[in-house]
Design a binder for this molecule. Structure first.
Ligand code: CO
Length: 288
């Protein structure tokens, strides 16, 4: 059996730091858009990352009433609080604290995502992952993973890793995607600090989003609320992330699709013609 690489010889560096932009979406949910449309090409296959978090229910309780999606996948990860979702195919689920919903919109559906408070607090993330052209009109699919169903790794130094997609330290996450080779880790560095070494495929795009504390990558500090785009360098076999005290961050990486990206709100296709078709199908009630 091959040994599992957990050591990184040459770490990627930080190409660019980006501070999330405060915005609102759905029925007035206040959120921070971390990965914005201007980074879609650079961070292909990732289209968007939103961070939402508030202890004031007025900021989020109206949620995201019925809206469509076509052409990509959404990954919703709740750190605290719950999210109730319903879709046009009659599915309903309640995503609990620490849980993940992975949804492949494919040819399209209409759904609602409504937060429910737990001790008043709601915090989580939604990542959009593009689909290759050949899969954009596939049948919709989703699955909810409870916190207990997600794989965890306790790495050296007490670094706790939730493996949502891809693999870390030989542990396979809940979801595998061949076309986009997604790695999605939630990394929790304990009080007193620690280091994560994560091998990454050199040609894949990768970024970090820090949401507690401060981390350092190749001498560059990244504070909570900040995203770091990691340089794509053929000489680097992964990334080394250090923290001198408690810190939490998402590490996300994926294989670029290299296809045209045309987005109109909740529709992400390859051509403008396909966008017109998506809008026409939605108006005609053909998305659900
Ligand atoms: Co949605």
């Amino acid at each position: 059996m091959d040994s599992v690489p957990t050591h990184v010889a040459a770490s990627r560096s930080v190409e660019r730091r980006v501070t999330g932009r405060a915005t609102s979406d759905g029925a007035g949910v206040r959120l921070t858009r971390v990965l914005t449309q201007d980074l879609q090409r650079r961070l292909d296959p990732f289209l968007m990352l939103d961070a939402f978090g508030s202890d004031n229910p007025d900021d989020y309780i109206a949620g995201f009433p019925d809206h469509p999606h076509r052409g990509f996948e959404t990954v919703t990860y709740m750190i605290a609080g719950r999210m109730r979702h319903r879709d046009s195919a009659g599915h309903e689920g309640l995503l609990d604290s620490g849980g993940v919903q992975w949804m492949t919109a494919g040819r399209g559906l209409v759904h609602s995502e409504i937060p429910e408070q737990e001790s008043g607090v709601m915090e989580g993330f939604q990542l959009w992952v593009n689909l290759p052209a050949r899969d954009k009109l596939c049948a919709p699919w989703y699955r909810d993973f409870s916190a207990a169903e997600l794989a965890h790794v306790l790495a050296p130094g007490g670094v706790d890793i939730t493996v949502i997609a891809g693999a870390s330290h030989g542990v396979q996450g809940a979801v595998t995607r061949d076309a986009t080779d997604v790695v999605y880790l939630d990394v929790n560095i304990p009080a007193g600090g620690g280091v994560l070494e994560q091998p990454l495929t050199p040609e894949n795009n990768a970024f970090l989003y820090v949401y507690r504390g401060t981390v350092t990558v190749e001498g560059q500090e990244i504070d909570a609320g900040c995203m770091a785009v990691l340089a794509t360098d053929p000489h680097c076999d992964g990334v080394r992330v250090q923290a001198h005290d408690a810190a939490r961050f998402l590490l996300i990486a994926g294989k670029p699709l290299g296809e045209p990206i045309t987005q109109y709100g909740p529709f992400v296709m390859n051509t403008q013609q396909e966008i017109y078709q998506a809008v026409a199908d939605f108006r005609a009630g053909r998305l659900g």
